[in-house]
Write a protein that binds this ligand. Sequence first.
Ligand code: ASN
Ligand code: ZN
Length: 322
Amino acid sequence: ARAAKEALSHVRSVQSARTQPAPAAPPALRDVRPGPPNRSIYDAGGSEILPGKLVRKESEPASGDQSADEAYDGLGHTHRLFADIFGRNSIDGQGLPLDATVHFGKLYDNAFWDGRQMVFGDGDGEVFERFTRSLSVIGHELMHGVTQYSAGLAYRNQAGAINESMSDVFGALVEQYLNSQSVTDASWLIGEGLFTPQVEGSALRSLKAPGTAYDDDVLGKDPQPDSMDSYVRTSADNGGVHINSGIPNRAFYLTAETLGGNAWEAPGRIWYDALTGGSLPATATFRVFARSTAASAVDLFGTDSPEHDAVRQAWETVKVKL
Ligand code: ASN
Ligand code: ZN
C-alpha cells in the first residue's frame, strides 16, 4: 500500500508538471530539520491542580528547583532524539509545546502523561525518590504523547502493553543516545535511580531481563513476563499493561542485541516506523504489532536483510507467532 501511494503521488506530480509552470522543488524530506523544543515547566507546589505555576520556560536559565531543571533538561534530551534520529518535531510532529509539572501532589509515587502534559511526583522518600531523577522515565512519559498522536494505541490489554512498551523502548533510547551507549554498554533499565537505598532493586523495569528489576520485601518481585509462556491474564492495571509490556520490551532488546551497535539506529527506526507508519490499529495485539515491525523491517531494509531476520527471530524467542 505504501509503494502504491508513492507511485500515485509520482503520477500526480508528472500530470501537474505538464499543465503548470514548474514549482520550486520542495526540499528533500531528510533535509528538513525539526526546530528546537518549546518547553514550559510548572510547579504544582504539592497540590494536584494542573498545570500549576510556571517556573521555567524555553531558553530561560536554570530555575534553581532541581526537579524543574531535571524535567527541562530531560524534555530537551527527548526532543533531540526524536528530531535528530526520527526527524520528528515534538510529540505531534508539528512542534507541540512540551509542558510538564513537577512537585505534583504530596509524596506522590508516580509520573504520568495526562493526555496533554507530563506530570512528575516527588516520591515518598521511603521507596521512591523524585521521578525526574530518571531520564528514561521522562522519555517514557513524553513517548505516551507520541503514541497518542500516532497510532493512538488503546491503554488496555495487549494494545495497552504495546503502548507501555513503546514508552519503555524510547525512554531507554533517550538515555542510550544521550550517553552514546551501544547495545552492550546500555543498562536497558527504566527508572534507574528512583528507588531509595532501602529498596532491594535497581529500577522499575528491565527490557533485557523482564522480571528481574527488583525483588523487595515491601514491593515484592518484578512481575514482568519475558515470553508469552508467562503472559499474565488480569483485569488489574488495565489488563496488566505495565506487566505484559515485558514481552514486547524483550523483543526490542533481542532485535537490538542481534544487530549490535546503537539501538536507536535500525531497531529504533523499525519500531518507530511500525508505530507511526499509519497502518497499526489502535487495538493491535502483540501479533499484529509483531507483523507490523516485520513489515517495517522489510520496507526499510529489505526482505533478505539481517534486520528482518533479527526482528522475526526476536518475536519467535518471546513466543509471539508472526
Ligand atoms: N508511570 C505510569 C506510566 O506512565 C503512570 C500510569 O500508570 N499511567 O505508565
Ligand atoms: Zn507508561
